[in-house]
Design a protein around this ligand. Structure first.
Ligand code: ZN
Length: 137
């Protein structure tokens, strides 16, 4: 049965998150593949940008160990690496902001600035305010 549910998680993706997700997918992540998930929507899997280059063989380097998964609680994407082969991809999942920070600090700061302008940084949000920012209100 096909539902017309507009409440699917990914529908709630903010325009800013969408913009940066597409930038990541188009420019930063290699061997990308979109995979449908059981709950509906998609996830993306790709070569982990932190540890795939450390693989000993071509096949290992091409393995899609990194993933962007939708998180309903945050209404956003979380990065995971199944291999955890470098300090940057070890530990738990990373918010989009943490992922950007580890990957491309300048882009992360731009993301924080964009989020700050939309008043979705700081307490109660999954993104800190940009460096040197004063409270938006
Ligand atoms: Zn990794």
């Amino acid at each position: 049965m096909k539902t017309s549910s507009g409440s699917r998680g990914q529908v709630k993706e903010s325009p800013i998150d969408q913009q940066y997700r597409l930038l990541l997918l188009n420019q930063y992540l290699k061997n990308l593949k979109e995979v449908p998930v059981a709950s509906g929507g998609s996830k993306w899997v790709f070569c982990c940008p932190f540890c795939s280059s450390l693989g000993r063989t071509e096949a290992k380097r091409n393995e899609r160990k990194g993933a962007l998964l939708w998180n309903d609680l945050q209404n956003s994407w979380v990065f995971f690496c199944a291999k955890k082969g470098s300090p940057q991809c070890s530990g738990g999942g990373k918010t989009l902001e943490r992922f950007l920070s580890a990957l491309e600090p300048e882009l992360a700061e731009q993301y924080r600035i964009d989020r700050w302008h939309s008043r979705t940084t700081g307490k109660g949000h999954n993104c800190p305010s940009p460096y040197g920012a004063i409270r938006p209100d």
